[in-house]
Design a protein around this ligand. Structure first.
Ligand code: GLA
Length: 389
């Protein structure tokens, strides 16, 4: 599928015309800084060149019509602009409808309905932010069609607000921010405590970023994710009895050593231990990258995986197997699980001349062990969401 074909589908479902506009929003991969965003810490994601495309136009009435070329079975989804609610039969369209709802709730003047066809090439539910891509895409479309004057950061926040309050996943800001603010060949060093950020050039003259999709997605991901948030919040409340912090991201490793015993529950202790250490690792990793010290960056990625596996417990057997296999391959600089977890993707930095062997060895051993075909993406870092034409 390409944009021309998507336009043809749009014209079939709706109508041809010269008032049609086209848009793109990327997926993202997080290089390091996992489960730190809602803990007031740092993250280091980048936008990908894969993502979600939209063809859209305003309507004259108050109807919203949505069609996905990925989920064509469910047909055109219709909703009134004046009656927005999350319904199971709306399927994928609960994401864009949530964004319309959130924009309206925040006072945006969406004067009429609209129609939109989308198609994306991000594997769904794999930890590469297909939902944030769709949210920010919808925000970008509406911002442009109705001249709402929102900044990209505001659109990221709207996407997060709608996912939290319309779709029921209590996600942090990382994904929407990366999708909205991505910059070609750069990762974003974002401080989630205040949304200040810096772009860091990802110069890898001899290596590539390789994503491996495990193709597993363990059920109840959203509820397990929300549990982690609650456990982190409980740990924070205990720590606040002994030190004056407002987020876990404010603590150094040394301070955590000093105060950590205030956390009563052992599970909550490990969640906080991860959140604090992962934030510090992210700061160190960006420093290493800026000094062209890729080796240290890779070691910090490996340590991130171990902490996510043992302390935050968001990995799973299949992903651990993939990462451990990757660690054993010559030319792998670092590898870890990426995204929310419980399945999904790994991200690795692999020397150029080791990439083919990497795919071969990882693919074969995974197939042998789990009878699953891992998918590999050697990725380029792209720009954030935008209107194309
Ligand atoms: C999901 C969430 C993000 C972030 C990551 C974990 O992708 O949407 O906000 O918490 O998990 O780092």
């Amino acid at each position: 599928m390409n944009l021309t074909e998507l336009k043809v589908i749009f014209e079939e479902k709706f109508q041809a015309g010269d008032d049609i506009r086209t848009y793109f929003a990327p997926g993202r991969v997080n290089l390091i800084g996992e489960h730190t965003d809602y803990n007031g810490g740092h993250v280091f994601p980048c936008a990908l060149t894969i993502g979600t495309y939209a063809v859209a136009r305003k309507r004259d009435d108050r109807t919203i019509k949505l069609f996905s070329a990925n989920v064509d079975k469910v047909g055109v989804i219709e909703s009134s602009l004046d009656d927005l609610s999350n319904k199971p039969e709306y399927n994928w369209a609960n994401y864009p409808l949530g964004v319309v709802w959130a924009l309206k709730k925040k006072g945006a003047e969406i004067k009429t309905g609209f129609e939109m066809c989308i198609w994306g090439n991000i594997p769904n539910g794999s930890g590469l932010s297909s939902s944030a891509s769709l949210e920010v895409l919808t925000g970008t479309v509406l911002n442009d069609l109705f001249a709402l004057g929102k900044t990209m950061t505001e659109l990221a926040l709207i996407g997060q607000y709608s996912e939290n309050n319309f779709n029921g996943c209590n996600c942090g800001i990382m994904d929407q921010f990366a999708v909205a603010m991505g910059q070609k060949d750069h990762a974003i060093f974002l401080d989630c405590a205040d949304l200040s950020y810096k772009y860091a050039s990802v110069k890898l003259p001899n290596a590539k970023i390789v994503i491996t999709n495990s193709k597993v997605k363990h059920s109840l991901v959203d509820s397990a994710y929300n549990d982690r948030r609650n456990e982190s919040a409980k740990a924070l409340a205990d720590l606040q009895q002994v030190c004056g912090i407002s987020t876990l991201g404010e603590l150094t490793d040394e301070e955590f050593e000093k105060y950590g015993s205030a956390i009563k529950d052992e599970v909550c202790y490990r969640r906080a231990k991860h959140a604090v250490a992962e934030n510090q690792r992210t700061i160190k990793a960006v420093e290493a990258l800026n000094n062209n010290d890729i080796k240290t960056f890779g070691q910090l990625m490996n340590a991130s995986h171990i902490s996510l596996r043992d302390d935050y417990e968001v990995s799973c057997e299949e992903v651990d197997f993939l990462v451990e296999t990757q660690w054993s391959i010559q030319g792998v600089i670092g590898a870890r699980i990426t995204g929310g977890g419980f399945g999904g993707c790994t991200v690795a930095i692999v020397e150029n001349d080791a990439v083919e062997n990497f795919k071969d060895v990882v693919g074969k051993s995974y197939k042998e062990k789990y009878n699953l075909d891992a998918e590999f993406y050697v990725v380029d870092i792209g720009d954030g969401a935008k209107r194309i034409a």
